[in-house]
Design a protein around this ligand. Structure first.
Ligand code: HEC
Length: 428
């Protein structure tokens, strides 16, 4: 046997874009593995008749599903661009509504055929489902492994099954002005470039943004509201939404969360693929099962670094004025905790100079984080410790003051399970 084919495999899999047949093969087996996410457990409860989803006229199963999953109505945000699955149902008078919590996002269209659902699974990452909006005696969730991934598993998500949230320019009908292009949005996107195609209720001082705006073919703003607060209830009058607004704070939280999930899923897949490849090489070479080459270790480290940067808000867009929402989303979100003995939580908002008071993401408590292979989780903890406690850093974490670092370390020690032992020592 020669070494050549092994080298080729290593090169092929280390590219950052992966293809569907990569994640449908071992070790991920995306399509034929059984998920264990919030929708899977709700299905079990429905089968045992512990939960029965109710159907209400125009809203179908939406209100009942939100209640069953504990998703607050105040998380409602509205997107009017015709950019997703049921595009023909979407327009500025009938925008698509999204609702979310830490684990699940639900898309609802007026007169839509289905509710569109993404759920976080600790092994499979982002899992897609639909729920038929027609009334059935026993509604069932359908796992979707193909049609959603046409968009949610393509270049926009680097080929991994993932979330999408974008800012686009549309005309008065919500139709995309293609030549203007679109941009992916996360917490690093400058506010000036955000929210094209979305309704935004609430205010942000000292920033313009593209929310609530339509454009003409010359890309001039073609709208009276011009990025200011709008009287949304007049625009969507007569339609059946659960809330009157599209809260700016909810929108910012979802943008933060979706990219955090995408990065966790990529770190998970890439680490498991690297480890599986090492196991195969060890088997072929007769090396000890726990042997790990430099190259594989580097690959795992590289897969984890985007998570470290993102969860510590490196590169977050700076706010130059106060952001104020219109619903009770912010209050409900903060009250979820967990809290330390000084009543501090990573969920406390700042919303004057940055999103959160303590720049360590609450996503650290998620199933996706805890479900990372231990090799990846340990690496991420080590990097957090180096940055927060040992202050080893290269400029990417200058936004973290001495007080920020200490507060994060203290809150994490009291609220995060299974921290490595060394987190309880005083840094030397
Ligand atoms: C034609 C491309 C396309 C297809 C197909 C598609 N989506 Fe999406 N989806 C989008 C885009 C674009 C967004 C970003 C928000 C927007 O522009 O409406 C999105 C956003 C979402 C969101 C909210 C953000 C997130 O990623 O969680 C959910 C939930 C969602 N889609 C579920 C689904 C499900 C379930 C399917 C399959 C049944 C599906 N989508 C199929 C384009 C698509």
């Amino acid at each position: 046997m020669t070494k050549k084919p092994i080298v080729l495999v290593v090169i092929a899999l280390s590219a950052s874009l992966i293809a569907a047949d990569d994640y449908d093969r071992p070790p991920i087996r995306y399509s034929d593995s059984q998920p264990a996410d919030s929708i899977a457990s709700l299905s079990v409860r429905m089968n045992k008749q512990e939960v029965n989803l109710q159907h209400y006229g125009g809203q179908g199963y939406l209100p009942s599903l939100l209640e069953a999953l504990g998703i607050s109505r105040s998380s409602q945000i509205l997107v009017f661009s015709k950019t997703s699955l049921q595009r023909q149902r979407i327009n500025p008078r009938k925008p698509r509504a999204l609702y979310f919590n830490d684990h699940v996002t639900i898309g609802f269209c007026q007169s839509g055929d289905v509710l569109e659902i993404t759920a976080a699974d600790r092994n499979l990452g982002t899992v897609f489902y639909t729920l038929d909006q027609e009334k059935f005696a026993r509604p069932v969730f359908k796992r979707e492994t193909e049609r959603c991934l046409i968009c949610h598993g393509a270049s926009a998500t680097q080929g991994f099954p993932g979330h999408m949230i974008r800012s686009v320019a549309t005309d008065q009908t919500g139709e995309l002005l293609l030549s203007r292009g679109s941009r992916r949005v996360d917490h690093a996107t400058p506010l000036e470039e955000r929210w094209g195609g979305w309704y935004v209720t609430g205010t942000v001082e000292n920033h313009r943004h593209m929310g609530n705006m339509f454009f003409n073919s010359r890309f001039e703003a073609d709208t009276p509201e011009n990025g200011k607060t709008i009287a949304l209830e007049n625009v969507i009058k007569g339609s059946e939404y659960l809330e009157p607004g599209s809260d700016i704070v909810a929108l910012m939280v979802l943008e933060h969360q979706l990219e955090a999930h995408n990065r966790l899923v990529r770190a998970n897949y890439l680490t498991r693929m690297a480890l599986a490849e090492q196991a195969e090489v060890n088997r072929l070479m007769g090396s000890p099962a726990n042997y790990r080459s430099e190259g594989i270790t580097r690959r795992i480290e590289r897969a984890c670094e985007p998570v470290v940067e993102y969860l510590l808000f490196s590169g977050e867009a700076k706010l130059s004025g106060r952001v104020t929402g219109t619903s009770d989303f912010a209050k409900a979100f903060e009250s979820l905790g967990p809290f330390d003995s000084k009543r501090r939580t990573l969920r406390t908002f700042d919303l004057r100079t940055r999103m959160f008071q303590h720049p360590m993401s609450y996503v650290v408590y998620s199933e996706l984080f805890d479900g990372l292979p231990s090799e990846a989780r340990n690496r991420i903890y080590k990097r957090f410790w180096e940055i927060l406690a040992l202050k080893k850093e290269d400029g990417r974490y200058r936004h973290l003051s001495f007080e920020d670092r200490n507060a994060i370390l203290e809150i994490m020690r009291e609220t995060k399970n299974n921290l490595p032992e060394y987190w309880n020592k005083k840094p030397s």
